[in-house]
Ligand binder design. Sequence first.
Ligand code: DAT
Ligand code: MG
Length: 134
Amino acid sequence: MTVQQTYIMLKPDAVERRLVGEIISRIEDKGYSIIQAKLMTLTKDVIADHYAHLTDQPFYPKLENYMLSGPVFGLVVEGEEAIQGMRSMMGPTNVFDANPGTIRGDFATDLTYNVIHGSDSLESAYIEIRRFFG
Ligand code: DAT
Ligand code: MG
């Protein structure tokens, strides 16, 4: 068991739908700590860095518009095995496979508008925390 930090981002639909408190409650109830947090408005450049693995995809313009559509709430979450733990709490990328009880399973019905981002590996957590918190 290792204490890890992961980058979590509550996407524009989560902020607009006032789900921030509910989702933070779930993270804290699980036993993780929030060690940094801020509301931010993203730029096209930051979005392209963050989703560099997807810029060639046909759905990228929609994803970019979505991420530009309002502020996001970025968090650094810390806890035992927090990277995989948060991915489990989020549910899978495909919301149609996301079980009730997961954040995407409970709050999302659309592949793009899926409420939450979480780092998927130690390496991406390190890069993403630096990208958004310096
Ligand atoms: P995740 O957010 O689960 O880490 P990802 O990094 O593969 O998934 O993709 C980033 C986001 O891009 C994802 O949250 C929603 C969007 N996305 C991924 N695949 C998609 C698809 N086939 N159609 C529409 N949007 C998609
Ligand atoms: Mg991802």
